[in-house]
Design a binder for this molecule. Structure first.
Ligand code: AHR
Length: 623
Protein backbone atom coordinates (compact mmCIF):
# COMPACT_ATOMS: atom_id res chain seq x y z
CA UNK A 1 0.00 0.00 0.00
CA UNK A 2 1.49 3.32 -1.01
CA UNK A 3 0.29 6.56 0.51
CA UNK A 4 1.36 9.90 -0.93
CA UNK A 5 1.28 12.97 1.28
CA UNK A 6 1.45 16.35 -0.40
CA UNK A 7 0.58 19.93 0.32
CA UNK A 8 -3.15 20.56 0.34
CA UNK A 9 -4.19 23.33 -2.03
CA UNK A 10 -5.85 25.59 -1.13
CA UNK A 11 -4.70 25.30 2.46
CA UNK A 12 -7.17 23.79 4.93
CA UNK A 13 -6.83 24.75 8.56
CA UNK A 14 -8.24 22.60 11.33
CA UNK A 15 -10.57 24.59 13.57
CA UNK A 16 -8.79 25.03 16.91
CA UNK A 17 -12.02 24.02 18.66
CA UNK A 18 -12.82 21.17 16.26
CA UNK A 19 -13.23 18.24 18.70
CA UNK A 20 -15.46 18.77 21.68
CA UNK A 21 -18.06 17.32 23.97
CA UNK A 22 -21.82 17.12 23.84
CA UNK A 23 -23.40 16.99 27.26
CA UNK A 24 -26.97 15.96 27.91
CA UNK A 25 -28.65 14.89 31.14
CA UNK A 26 -29.43 11.40 29.85
CA UNK A 27 -28.38 8.16 31.63
CA UNK A 28 -28.10 10.17 34.92
CA UNK A 29 -25.33 12.27 33.38
CA UNK A 30 -26.09 15.41 35.42
CA UNK A 31 -28.21 14.57 38.47
CA UNK A 32 -26.62 11.39 39.79
CA UNK A 33 -23.52 11.89 37.62
CA UNK A 34 -21.34 14.90 36.89
CA UNK A 35 -23.27 17.09 39.31
CA UNK A 36 -21.86 15.95 42.65
CA UNK A 37 -25.10 16.27 44.66
CA UNK A 38 -25.82 12.91 46.31
CA UNK A 39 -29.41 13.43 47.46
CA UNK A 40 -32.20 12.67 45.03
CA UNK A 41 -35.24 14.93 45.28
CA UNK A 42 -33.47 17.10 47.84
CA UNK A 43 -36.24 19.71 47.79
CA UNK A 44 -39.25 17.33 47.96
CA UNK A 45 -40.46 18.71 44.64
CA UNK A 46 -40.58 15.76 42.28
CA UNK A 47 -43.93 16.37 40.60
CA UNK A 48 -46.85 14.33 41.97
CA UNK A 49 -44.57 12.53 44.37
CA UNK A 50 -42.81 14.81 46.86
CA UNK A 51 -41.31 11.86 48.74
CA UNK A 52 -39.97 10.02 45.71
CA UNK A 53 -36.46 8.86 46.63
CA UNK A 54 -37.30 9.14 50.32
CA UNK A 55 -38.59 6.56 52.75
CA UNK A 56 -40.37 8.12 55.68
CA UNK A 57 -41.19 6.69 59.10
CA UNK A 58 -43.20 8.15 61.97
CA UNK A 59 -45.13 11.35 61.40
CA UNK A 60 -43.73 12.98 58.30
CA UNK A 61 -45.88 15.13 56.04
CA UNK A 62 -45.41 17.39 53.08
CA UNK A 63 -46.17 21.10 53.45
CA UNK A 64 -46.18 24.13 51.17
CA UNK A 65 -47.28 27.07 53.29
CA UNK A 66 -44.52 29.59 53.93
CA UNK A 67 -42.05 27.65 51.76
CA UNK A 68 -38.65 29.36 51.86
CA UNK A 69 -38.02 28.94 48.13
CA UNK A 70 -41.04 30.02 46.11
CA UNK A 71 -40.10 28.09 42.98
CA UNK A 72 -39.75 24.83 44.94
CA UNK A 73 -42.90 24.85 47.00
CA UNK A 74 -42.71 21.62 49.00
CA UNK A 75 -40.94 20.88 52.23
CA UNK A 76 -41.16 18.14 54.87
CA UNK A 77 -42.63 18.42 58.36
CA UNK A 78 -41.38 15.99 61.01
CA UNK A 79 -43.34 15.43 64.21
CA UNK A 80 -41.87 13.34 67.01
CA UNK A 81 -44.49 12.84 69.68
CA UNK A 82 -42.51 10.23 71.57
CA UNK A 83 -43.85 7.13 69.86
CA UNK A 84 -41.47 4.19 69.61
CA UNK A 85 -41.26 4.23 65.80
CA UNK A 86 -39.33 7.48 65.85
CA UNK A 87 -39.65 10.07 63.10
CA UNK A 88 -37.45 10.67 60.14
CA UNK A 89 -36.61 9.95 56.55
CA UNK A 90 -34.10 8.05 54.49
CA UNK A 91 -32.82 9.15 51.11
CA UNK A 92 -31.81 6.47 48.60
CA UNK A 93 -29.53 8.69 46.54
CA UNK A 94 -29.09 8.08 42.85
CA UNK A 95 -29.18 4.27 42.86
CA UNK A 96 -27.42 4.61 46.22
CA UNK A 97 -25.02 7.13 47.68
CA UNK A 98 -21.32 6.48 47.06
CA UNK A 99 -18.97 7.28 49.94
CA UNK A 100 -15.32 6.41 50.49
CA UNK A 101 -13.62 5.48 53.73
CA UNK A 102 -12.06 8.46 55.53
CA UNK A 103 -13.41 10.96 53.02
CA UNK A 104 -15.46 13.93 54.16
CA UNK A 105 -18.94 14.94 53.01
CA UNK A 106 -20.76 18.23 53.46
CA UNK A 107 -24.34 18.00 54.52
CA UNK A 108 -26.57 21.06 54.52
CA UNK A 109 -30.28 21.61 55.03
CA UNK A 110 -32.74 24.35 55.77
CA UNK A 111 -34.86 23.94 58.88
CA UNK A 112 -37.13 25.73 61.31
CA UNK A 113 -38.93 24.71 64.46
CA UNK A 114 -42.70 24.66 64.11
CA UNK A 115 -43.24 25.73 67.73
CA UNK A 116 -40.82 27.65 69.85
CA UNK A 117 -38.09 25.60 71.51
CA UNK A 118 -35.22 23.48 70.30
CA UNK A 119 -34.97 20.33 68.26
CA UNK A 120 -32.23 17.92 67.43
CA UNK A 121 -31.64 16.03 64.19
CA UNK A 122 -29.34 13.06 63.92
CA UNK A 123 -27.84 12.70 60.47
CA UNK A 124 -26.39 9.33 59.49
CA UNK A 125 -24.95 7.67 56.45
CA UNK A 126 -26.09 4.04 56.47
CA UNK A 127 -24.21 1.42 54.49
CA UNK A 128 -25.80 -1.21 52.25
CA UNK A 129 -25.15 -3.66 55.13
CA UNK A 130 -27.27 -1.38 57.33
CA UNK A 131 -24.39 -0.10 59.41
CA UNK A 132 -23.97 3.50 60.45
CA UNK A 133 -20.79 4.64 58.72
CA UNK A 134 -21.00 8.38 59.43
CA UNK A 135 -22.97 10.32 61.97
CA UNK A 136 -23.49 13.79 63.42
CA UNK A 137 -26.11 16.00 65.03
CA UNK A 138 -27.65 19.33 64.23
CA UNK A 139 -29.47 21.50 66.74
CA UNK A 140 -32.29 23.51 65.29
CA UNK A 141 -32.75 26.54 67.48
CA UNK A 142 -34.81 28.93 65.43
CA UNK A 143 -38.42 29.30 64.45
CA UNK A 144 -37.30 30.89 61.16
CA UNK A 145 -35.84 29.14 58.16
CA UNK A 146 -32.05 28.88 58.61
CA UNK A 147 -29.36 26.97 56.78
CA UNK A 148 -27.52 24.34 58.86
CA UNK A 149 -24.32 22.56 57.91
CA UNK A 150 -22.61 19.41 59.11
CA UNK A 151 -19.40 17.68 58.05
CA UNK A 152 -19.56 13.89 57.95
CA UNK A 153 -16.65 11.50 57.60
CA UNK A 154 -17.25 8.01 56.22
CA UNK A 155 -15.80 5.11 58.18
CA UNK A 156 -16.33 2.65 55.35
CA UNK A 157 -16.49 2.67 51.58
CA UNK A 158 -19.92 1.97 50.18
CA UNK A 159 -21.40 2.56 46.72
CA UNK A 160 -24.98 2.07 47.79
CA UNK A 161 -25.35 3.92 51.08
CA UNK A 162 -28.37 5.91 52.25
CA UNK A 163 -28.76 9.11 54.23
CA UNK A 164 -30.94 9.11 57.34
CA UNK A 165 -32.38 12.30 58.85
CA UNK A 166 -33.82 11.41 62.25
CA UNK A 167 -35.68 13.78 64.58
CA UNK A 168 -34.35 12.63 67.94
CA UNK A 169 -35.99 15.24 70.15
CA UNK A 170 -39.69 15.31 70.93
CA UNK A 171 -41.08 18.18 68.90
CA UNK A 172 -41.95 19.33 65.42
CA UNK A 173 -39.81 20.87 62.73
CA UNK A 174 -39.68 21.58 59.01
CA UNK A 175 -36.84 20.74 56.68
CA UNK A 176 -36.11 21.71 53.10
CA UNK A 177 -33.33 21.28 50.51
CA UNK A 178 -31.38 18.46 52.15
CA UNK A 179 -28.07 18.30 50.33
CA UNK A 180 -24.94 16.15 50.54
CA UNK A 181 -21.79 16.79 48.53
CA UNK A 182 -18.32 15.29 48.70
CA UNK A 183 -16.04 17.80 50.44
CA UNK A 184 -13.77 17.51 47.42
CA UNK A 185 -15.34 18.50 44.13
CA UNK A 186 -13.81 19.54 40.80
CA UNK A 187 -11.87 22.73 41.58
CA UNK A 188 -13.36 22.42 45.09
CA UNK A 189 -16.39 24.49 44.26
CA UNK A 190 -19.54 24.55 46.32
CA UNK A 191 -22.39 23.12 44.28
CA UNK A 192 -19.56 21.48 42.37
CA UNK A 193 -18.95 18.62 39.99
CA UNK A 194 -17.77 15.08 40.63
CA UNK A 195 -14.00 15.19 40.41
CA UNK A 196 -13.28 12.06 38.36
CA UNK A 197 -16.00 12.81 35.82
CA UNK A 198 -15.08 16.46 35.33
CA UNK A 199 -11.41 15.49 35.04
CA UNK A 200 -12.24 12.91 32.38
CA UNK A 201 -13.86 15.71 30.37
CA UNK A 202 -10.93 18.06 30.91
CA UNK A 203 -8.57 15.30 29.71
CA UNK A 204 -10.40 15.23 26.39
CA UNK A 205 -9.12 18.79 25.83
CA UNK A 206 -12.48 19.76 24.37
CA UNK A 207 -12.55 22.72 22.02
CA UNK A 208 -16.32 23.12 22.12
CA UNK A 209 -18.97 22.14 24.67
CA UNK A 210 -22.57 21.67 23.47
CA UNK A 211 -25.22 21.64 26.22
CA UNK A 212 -27.75 20.93 27.74
CA UNK A 213 -29.12 18.52 25.07
CA UNK A 214 -30.31 16.80 23.00
CA UNK A 215 -33.95 15.94 23.35
CA UNK A 216 -34.11 17.39 26.87
CA UNK A 217 -34.05 20.91 25.50
CA UNK A 218 -37.27 20.05 23.63
CA UNK A 219 -39.01 18.29 26.53
CA UNK A 220 -41.69 15.61 26.65
CA UNK A 221 -44.00 18.56 25.99
CA UNK A 222 -43.48 22.29 25.72
CA UNK A 223 -44.02 22.80 29.43
CA UNK A 224 -41.13 20.52 30.33
CA UNK A 225 -38.71 21.94 27.75
CA UNK A 226 -35.40 23.12 29.18
CA UNK A 227 -35.74 26.75 30.23
CA UNK A 228 -32.32 28.12 31.01
CA UNK A 229 -33.68 30.94 33.15
CA UNK A 230 -34.89 28.31 35.63
CA UNK A 231 -31.36 26.98 35.90
CA UNK A 232 -29.62 30.11 37.20
CA UNK A 233 -29.58 31.97 40.50
CA UNK A 234 -29.67 30.32 43.94
CA UNK A 235 -29.73 26.52 43.54
CA UNK A 236 -32.43 26.18 46.18
CA UNK A 237 -34.80 28.18 44.03
CA UNK A 238 -34.25 26.49 40.69
CA UNK A 239 -37.51 24.66 39.97
CA UNK A 240 -37.35 20.92 39.46
CA UNK A 241 -38.27 19.85 35.94
CA UNK A 242 -39.17 16.51 34.45
CA UNK A 243 -36.39 14.95 32.45
CA UNK A 244 -37.19 14.02 28.84
CA UNK A 245 -35.59 10.63 29.58
CA UNK A 246 -38.14 10.01 32.32
CA UNK A 247 -39.78 7.93 29.66
CA UNK A 248 -39.90 4.39 28.37
CA UNK A 249 -37.08 4.08 25.88
CA UNK A 250 -35.57 0.91 24.49
CA UNK A 251 -37.68 -0.94 27.09
CA UNK A 252 -35.98 0.91 29.90
CA UNK A 253 -38.00 3.11 32.17
CA UNK A 254 -36.62 5.64 34.64
CA UNK A 255 -39.68 7.10 36.37
CA UNK A 256 -37.53 8.86 38.96
CA UNK A 257 -35.65 11.03 36.48
CA UNK A 258 -36.05 14.75 37.11
CA UNK A 259 -33.73 17.70 36.67
CA UNK A 260 -32.73 19.67 39.75
CA UNK A 261 -30.96 22.22 37.52
CA UNK A 262 -28.21 22.27 40.16
CA UNK A 263 -25.98 21.92 37.14
CA UNK A 264 -27.42 24.90 35.32
CA UNK A 265 -26.33 27.37 32.68
CA UNK A 266 -23.92 29.24 34.95
CA UNK A 267 -22.18 25.98 35.83
CA UNK A 268 -22.12 24.91 32.17
CA UNK A 269 -20.47 28.16 31.13
CA UNK A 270 -18.03 27.85 34.01
CA UNK A 271 -17.08 24.34 32.91
CA UNK A 272 -16.50 25.62 29.38
CA UNK A 273 -14.16 28.19 30.81
CA UNK A 274 -12.37 25.56 32.94
CA UNK A 275 -11.87 23.35 29.89
CA UNK A 276 -10.93 26.18 27.55
CA UNK A 277 -13.88 25.17 25.36
CA UNK A 278 -16.29 27.38 23.44
CA UNK A 279 -19.81 27.19 24.82
CA UNK A 280 -22.50 26.00 22.42
CA UNK A 281 -25.83 26.20 24.23
CA UNK A 282 -28.93 24.86 22.51
CA UNK A 283 -32.35 26.36 23.15
CA UNK A 284 -35.90 25.25 22.45
CA UNK A 285 -37.23 26.53 19.13
CA UNK A 286 -40.83 26.16 20.28
CA UNK A 287 -41.22 22.53 19.24
CA UNK A 288 -41.43 19.72 21.82
CA UNK A 289 -39.63 16.42 21.18
CA UNK A 290 -41.13 15.10 17.95
CA UNK A 291 -40.42 11.49 18.91
CA UNK A 292 -43.07 11.98 21.59
CA UNK A 293 -45.52 14.69 20.56
CA UNK A 294 -46.25 17.19 17.82
CA UNK A 295 -46.79 19.98 20.36
CA UNK A 296 -45.54 23.12 18.76
CA UNK A 297 -45.96 26.88 19.27
CA UNK A 298 -47.54 28.74 16.34
CA UNK A 299 -44.83 30.71 14.64
CA UNK A 300 -46.57 34.00 15.48
CA UNK A 301 -46.41 33.19 19.18
CA UNK A 302 -42.68 32.51 19.31
CA UNK A 303 -41.76 35.83 20.88
CA UNK A 304 -41.12 34.54 24.45
CA UNK A 305 -38.97 31.70 23.09
CA UNK A 306 -36.96 34.11 20.96
CA UNK A 307 -36.61 36.48 23.88
CA UNK A 308 -35.26 33.64 26.05
CA UNK A 309 -32.60 32.97 23.42
CA UNK A 310 -31.64 36.64 23.15
CA UNK A 311 -31.54 36.97 26.93
CA UNK A 312 -29.17 34.03 27.07
CA UNK A 313 -26.60 36.05 25.13
CA UNK A 314 -27.10 38.86 27.59
CA UNK A 315 -26.63 36.45 30.50
CA UNK A 316 -23.40 35.10 29.02
CA UNK A 317 -21.87 38.26 27.63
CA UNK A 318 -23.82 41.29 28.88
CA UNK A 319 -22.57 43.96 31.26
CA UNK A 320 -23.63 44.28 34.87
CA UNK A 321 -25.94 47.08 33.82
CA UNK A 322 -28.05 44.65 31.80
CA UNK A 323 -30.79 42.58 33.48
CA UNK A 324 -29.32 39.16 32.73
CA UNK A 325 -25.68 40.24 32.79
CA UNK A 326 -26.34 41.33 36.36
CA UNK A 327 -27.55 37.83 37.26
CA UNK A 328 -24.25 36.37 35.98
CA UNK A 329 -22.23 38.99 37.87
CA UNK A 330 -24.16 38.28 41.06
CA UNK A 331 -23.42 34.60 40.63
CA UNK A 332 -19.73 35.47 40.79
CA UNK A 333 -18.61 35.98 37.20
CA UNK A 334 -18.13 39.66 36.32
CA UNK A 335 -16.35 38.91 33.04
CA UNK A 336 -18.22 37.94 29.92
CA UNK A 337 -18.29 34.22 29.11
CA UNK A 338 -17.57 35.15 25.49
CA UNK A 339 -20.49 33.22 23.98
CA UNK A 340 -20.29 33.03 20.20
CA UNK A 341 -22.56 30.14 19.17
CA UNK A 342 -26.19 29.23 19.73
CA UNK A 343 -28.10 26.13 18.61
CA UNK A 344 -31.77 26.76 17.78
CA UNK A 345 -33.70 23.53 18.29
CA UNK A 346 -32.12 20.13 18.58
CA UNK A 347 -33.13 17.55 16.07
CA UNK A 348 -36.33 18.99 14.63
CA UNK A 349 -37.79 18.00 11.32
CA UNK A 350 -40.65 18.91 8.99
CA UNK A 351 -41.66 22.13 7.31
CA UNK A 352 -42.35 24.03 10.52
CA UNK A 353 -38.81 23.93 11.83
CA UNK A 354 -37.21 26.16 9.15
CA UNK A 355 -39.97 28.71 9.72
CA UNK A 356 -39.26 28.77 13.44
CA UNK A 357 -35.56 28.98 12.84
CA UNK A 358 -36.02 31.87 10.47
CA UNK A 359 -37.88 33.86 13.13
CA UNK A 360 -35.03 33.32 15.61
CA UNK A 361 -32.44 34.12 12.98
CA UNK A 362 -34.12 37.42 12.13
CA UNK A 363 -34.05 38.48 15.78
CA UNK A 364 -30.40 37.49 16.13
CA UNK A 365 -29.43 39.27 12.93
CA UNK A 366 -30.89 42.43 14.39
CA UNK A 367 -29.59 42.19 17.93
CA UNK A 368 -26.57 39.86 17.91
CA UNK A 369 -25.32 39.43 14.33
CA UNK A 370 -21.97 38.25 15.68
CA UNK A 371 -23.47 35.09 17.23
CA UNK A 372 -23.18 32.04 14.98
CA UNK A 373 -26.45 30.19 14.47
CA UNK A 374 -26.52 26.38 14.42
CA UNK A 375 -29.38 24.84 12.45
CA UNK A 376 -30.31 21.17 12.21
CA UNK A 377 -30.55 18.44 9.60
CA UNK A 378 -32.87 16.25 11.71
CA UNK A 379 -32.33 12.94 13.46
CA UNK A 380 -30.73 11.06 10.58
CA UNK A 381 -27.78 12.00 8.43
CA UNK A 382 -29.38 10.74 5.24
CA UNK A 383 -32.77 10.35 3.56
CA UNK A 384 -35.45 12.68 2.30
CA UNK A 385 -35.82 14.77 5.46
CA UNK A 386 -32.10 15.24 5.68
CA UNK A 387 -31.92 16.52 2.10
CA UNK A 388 -34.95 18.74 2.61
CA UNK A 389 -33.60 20.26 5.82
CA UNK A 390 -30.15 20.82 4.35
CA UNK A 391 -31.82 22.65 1.46
CA UNK A 392 -33.65 24.83 3.95
CA UNK A 393 -30.52 25.46 6.00
CA UNK A 394 -28.76 26.62 2.85
CA UNK A 395 -31.64 28.95 2.01
CA UNK A 396 -31.50 30.43 5.49
CA UNK A 397 -27.72 30.52 5.27
CA UNK A 398 -27.18 29.42 8.88
CA UNK A 399 -23.56 29.27 10.01
CA UNK A 400 -23.42 25.57 10.84
CA UNK A 401 -25.73 22.60 10.34
CA UNK A 402 -25.86 20.02 13.10
CA UNK A 403 -25.74 16.45 11.71
CA UNK A 404 -26.49 13.40 13.87
CA UNK A 405 -25.53 9.85 13.06
CA UNK A 406 -26.02 6.81 15.22
CA UNK A 407 -25.23 4.21 12.59
CA UNK A 408 -23.77 0.76 12.12
CA UNK A 409 -20.11 -0.06 11.35
CA UNK A 410 -20.66 -0.34 7.59
CA UNK A 411 -22.17 3.13 7.49
CA UNK A 412 -19.19 4.59 9.34
CA UNK A 413 -16.68 2.88 7.09
CA UNK A 414 -18.53 3.72 3.88
CA UNK A 415 -19.00 7.33 4.94
CA UNK A 416 -15.33 8.13 5.42
CA UNK A 417 -15.59 10.01 2.12
CA UNK A 418 -18.92 11.61 3.08
CA UNK A 419 -17.64 15.15 3.13
CA UNK A 420 -15.27 14.96 0.14
CA UNK A 421 -18.00 16.28 -2.16
CA UNK A 422 -19.83 18.65 0.21
CA UNK A 423 -20.17 22.14 -1.15
CA UNK A 424 -17.45 24.46 0.07
CA UNK A 425 -19.93 27.33 -0.09
CA UNK A 426 -22.70 28.02 2.43
CA UNK A 427 -23.17 26.50 5.89
CA UNK A 428 -20.46 24.40 7.49
CA UNK A 429 -21.05 21.13 9.31
CA UNK A 430 -21.21 20.50 13.03
CA UNK A 431 -21.09 16.73 13.50
CA UNK A 432 -22.98 17.20 16.74
CA UNK A 433 -23.94 13.65 17.73
CA UNK A 434 -22.43 10.45 16.47
CA UNK A 435 -21.56 6.98 17.64
CA UNK A 436 -21.07 3.65 15.93
CA UNK A 437 -23.76 1.20 17.04
CA UNK A 438 -22.67 -2.42 16.78
CA UNK A 439 -25.78 -4.60 17.04
CA UNK A 440 -27.18 -6.35 18.94
CA UNK A 441 -25.59 -5.21 22.19
CA UNK A 442 -24.43 -1.73 21.16
CA UNK A 443 -21.33 -2.15 23.27
CA UNK A 444 -18.61 0.45 23.53
CA UNK A 445 -16.50 -2.15 21.80
CA UNK A 446 -13.11 -1.66 20.26
CA UNK A 447 -14.72 -2.35 16.88
CA UNK A 448 -17.11 0.59 17.31
CA UNK A 449 -14.15 2.78 18.22
CA UNK A 450 -12.10 1.53 15.27
CA UNK A 451 -14.93 2.39 12.85
CA UNK A 452 -15.25 5.85 14.39
CA UNK A 453 -11.49 6.38 14.14
CA UNK A 454 -11.58 5.38 10.47
CA UNK A 455 -14.55 7.65 9.77
CA UNK A 456 -12.89 10.57 11.55
CA UNK A 457 -9.99 10.47 9.07
CA UNK A 458 -12.62 11.73 6.60
CA UNK A 459 -13.75 14.46 8.96
CA UNK A 460 -10.18 15.55 9.50
CA UNK A 461 -9.36 15.58 5.79
CA UNK A 462 -12.44 17.77 5.28
CA UNK A 463 -11.81 20.19 8.11
CA UNK A 464 -12.72 23.08 5.83
CA UNK A 465 -16.32 21.78 5.76
CA UNK A 466 -16.64 20.04 9.12
CA UNK A 467 -15.77 22.63 11.73
CA UNK A 468 -16.93 20.92 14.94
CA UNK A 469 -17.38 17.29 15.99
CA UNK A 470 -18.76 15.77 19.19
CA UNK A 471 -19.50 12.12 20.11
CA UNK A 472 -22.78 11.25 21.87
CA UNK A 473 -23.97 10.53 24.46
CA UNK A 474 -21.21 11.42 26.86
CA UNK A 475 -22.06 9.74 30.17
CA UNK A 476 -23.99 6.77 31.54
CA UNK A 477 -24.60 5.48 35.05
CA UNK A 478 -24.30 1.67 34.96
CA UNK A 479 -27.46 1.30 37.06
CA UNK A 480 -29.58 4.00 35.44
CA UNK A 481 -28.95 4.31 31.72
CA UNK A 482 -31.50 4.72 28.93
CA UNK A 483 -29.20 4.75 25.91
CA UNK A 484 -25.98 3.12 24.85
CA UNK A 485 -23.21 3.17 23.75
CA UNK A 486 -21.87 6.10 25.79
CA UNK A 487 -18.43 7.57 26.06
CA UNK A 488 -17.84 7.39 29.82
CA UNK A 489 -19.54 4.93 32.18
CA UNK A 490 -19.68 5.30 35.94
CA UNK A 491 -21.21 4.06 39.15
CA UNK A 492 -21.42 6.01 42.39
CA UNK A 493 -17.68 5.68 43.04
CA UNK A 494 -15.87 4.73 39.87
CA UNK A 495 -15.74 5.69 36.23
CA UNK A 496 -14.33 4.13 33.08
CA UNK A 497 -13.28 5.61 29.77
CA UNK A 498 -14.45 3.67 26.75
CA UNK A 499 -12.39 2.81 23.69
CA UNK A 500 -14.46 5.50 21.94
CA UNK A 501 -13.26 8.03 24.50
CA UNK A 502 -9.67 7.31 23.58
CA UNK A 503 -10.37 7.79 19.87
CA UNK A 504 -11.91 11.21 20.54
CA UNK A 505 -9.07 12.11 22.85
CA UNK A 506 -6.42 11.19 20.29
CA UNK A 507 -8.12 13.25 17.60
CA UNK A 508 -8.52 16.17 19.95
CA UNK A 509 -4.98 16.11 21.35
CA UNK A 510 -3.38 15.64 17.97
CA UNK A 511 -5.68 17.67 15.76
CA UNK A 512 -2.79 19.71 14.34
CA UNK A 513 -3.35 22.97 12.56
CA UNK A 514 -3.12 22.24 8.83
CA UNK A 515 -4.52 19.41 6.71
CA UNK A 516 -2.22 17.72 4.21
CA UNK A 517 -3.45 15.99 1.11
CA UNK A 518 -3.35 12.22 1.29
CA UNK A 519 -3.73 9.86 -1.66
CA UNK A 520 -3.56 6.12 -1.99
CA UNK A 521 -2.53 5.10 -5.48
CA UNK A 522 -3.75 8.50 -6.67
CA UNK A 523 -7.13 8.26 -4.98
CA UNK A 524 -8.52 9.53 -1.69
CA UNK A 525 -7.68 7.17 1.14
CA UNK A 526 -11.12 6.00 2.08
CA UNK A 527 -10.75 2.43 2.99
CA UNK A 528 -8.94 0.82 0.10
CA UNK A 529 -7.65 -2.49 1.47
CA UNK A 530 -9.15 -1.49 4.82
CA UNK A 531 -6.73 1.43 5.21
CA UNK A 532 -8.03 4.84 6.27
CA UNK A 533 -5.63 7.73 6.80
CA UNK A 534 -5.28 11.44 7.26
CA UNK A 535 -2.28 13.65 7.83
CA UNK A 536 -2.01 17.04 9.48
CA UNK A 537 0.88 19.25 10.39
CA UNK A 538 1.02 21.24 13.58
CA UNK A 539 2.51 24.69 12.98
CA UNK A 540 2.62 25.50 16.67
CA UNK A 541 4.59 22.41 17.68
CA UNK A 542 6.34 21.80 14.39
CA UNK A 543 4.97 18.28 14.09
CA UNK A 544 3.75 15.97 11.39
CA UNK A 545 0.83 13.85 12.56
CA UNK A 546 -0.38 10.74 10.75
CA UNK A 547 -3.59 8.96 11.71
CA UNK A 548 -4.06 5.59 10.14
CA UNK A 549 -6.36 2.67 10.74
CA UNK A 550 -6.50 -0.83 9.35
CA UNK A 551 -9.93 -2.43 9.54
CA UNK A 552 -8.74 -5.46 7.56
CA UNK A 553 -8.00 -8.90 8.94
CA UNK A 554 -4.33 -8.89 7.97
CA UNK A 555 -1.34 -6.70 8.67
CA UNK A 556 -0.52 -4.16 5.93
CA UNK A 557 2.82 -2.74 4.87
CA UNK A 558 2.32 0.94 4.15
CA UNK A 559 4.87 2.88 2.17
CA UNK A 560 4.67 6.60 2.74
CA UNK A 561 5.77 9.05 0.10
CA UNK A 562 6.14 12.54 1.53
CA UNK A 563 6.03 15.23 -1.12
CA UNK A 564 6.30 17.91 1.52
CA UNK A 565 9.08 20.47 1.66
CA UNK A 566 11.29 21.00 4.67
CA UNK A 567 11.05 17.57 6.22
CA UNK A 568 14.16 16.47 8.13
CA UNK A 569 15.89 13.32 6.86
CA UNK A 570 14.89 11.45 9.97
CA UNK A 571 11.47 11.77 11.57
CA UNK A 572 11.48 10.99 15.26
CA UNK A 573 8.57 10.87 17.62
CA UNK A 574 5.97 8.55 19.02
CA UNK A 575 3.46 6.04 17.75
CA UNK A 576 0.27 5.73 19.76
CA UNK A 577 -1.68 2.56 19.13
CA UNK A 578 -5.17 1.38 19.94
CA UNK A 579 -5.47 -2.35 19.38
CA UNK A 580 -7.65 -4.96 21.06
CA UNK A 581 -10.07 -7.76 20.24
CA UNK A 582 -12.94 -6.31 18.25
CA UNK A 583 -15.46 -7.18 20.95
CA UNK A 584 -13.39 -5.88 23.87
CA UNK A 585 -15.03 -3.22 25.97
CA UNK A 586 -13.65 -1.34 28.96
CA UNK A 587 -15.77 -1.83 32.06
CA UNK A 588 -15.59 -0.63 35.64
CA UNK A 589 -14.00 -3.95 36.60
CA UNK A 590 -11.70 -4.10 33.58
CA UNK A 591 -11.11 -0.44 32.78
CA UNK A 592 -8.00 -0.77 30.62
CA UNK A 593 -8.79 -3.59 28.23
CA UNK A 594 -8.55 -1.04 25.44
CA UNK A 595 -6.17 1.84 25.97
CA UNK A 596 -3.64 3.79 23.92
CA UNK A 597 -0.10 2.44 24.06
CA UNK A 598 2.81 4.71 23.22
CA UNK A 599 6.21 3.82 21.85
CA UNK A 600 9.08 5.77 20.34
CA UNK A 601 9.42 5.68 16.61
CA UNK A 602 12.05 6.74 14.07
CA UNK A 603 11.22 6.98 10.35
CA UNK A 604 13.36 7.77 7.34
CA UNK A 605 11.48 10.66 5.72
CA UNK A 606 12.65 9.71 2.22
CA UNK A 607 10.69 6.47 1.95
CA UNK A 608 9.31 5.50 5.31
CA UNK A 609 7.60 2.17 5.65
CA UNK A 610 5.27 1.33 8.45
CA UNK A 611 3.47 -1.88 9.13
CA UNK A 612 -0.07 -1.55 10.39
CA UNK A 613 -1.40 -4.50 12.34
CA UNK A 614 -4.77 -5.97 11.46
CA UNK A 615 -7.70 -4.21 13.15
CA UNK A 616 -5.80 -1.35 14.75
CA UNK A 617 -5.63 2.44 14.87
CA UNK A 618 -2.44 4.52 15.15
CA UNK A 619 -1.38 8.09 15.58
CA UNK A 620 2.19 8.97 14.63
CA UNK A 621 3.36 12.23 16.14
CA UNK A 622 6.64 13.13 14.46
CA UNK A 623 9.05 16.01 15.00
O1 AHR B 1 -27.89 11.42 22.36
C1 AHR B 1 -29.14 10.90 22.64
C2 AHR B 1 -30.25 11.55 21.84
O2 AHR B 1 -30.09 11.26 20.48
C3 AHR B 1 -30.29 13.05 21.86
O3 AHR B 1 -30.98 13.54 22.93
C4 AHR B 1 -30.99 13.40 20.60
O4 AHR B 1 -30.56 14.62 20.05
C5 AHR B 1 -30.74 12.22 19.69
O5 AHR B 1 -31.92 11.71 19.22
Amino acid sequence: VKITVEKQKPEITVAPNMYGIFFEDINFAADGGLYAEMIKNRSFDFPNSPFMGWLTYGKVSVQTEGAPFPRNQHYARLLNDGLLTGTGLLNEGFRGIGVEKNKKYNLSLYAKNVNKGENKLKIEIISAANEIIASGEIEINSGDWEKYKLELQAEETCAHAKLRVDLISQGELDIEHVSLFPAETWKNRENGMRKDLAQALADLKPGVFRFPGGCIIEGNNLETRYQWKNSVGAVENRPVNENRWNYVFQHRFTPDYFQSYGLGFFEYFQLCEDFGADALPVVSCGMACQFITDECVPVDDLEPYIQDALDLVEFANGPVTSKWGKVRVEMGHPESFGLKYIGIGNEQWGEVFPKHLEAFQKAFDEKYPEIQIIGSSGPSADGEQFDYLWGQMKKLDVDLVDEHYYKDPDWFLQNADRYDDYSRKGPKVFAGEYACHVQPEKKNSFYAALCEASFLTGIERNSDVVRLATYAPLFAHVDAWQWKPDMIWFDNLRSVKSANYYVQQLYSKYKGTTVQNVKMNGENVVGQNGIYASVVTDKDNDQLIIKISNTGKSEKEVELDFKLKELPGVLKGKQITLKANLDDENTLDEPFLVKPLEKEVVLDSKSPKISIEAESFHVFVLD
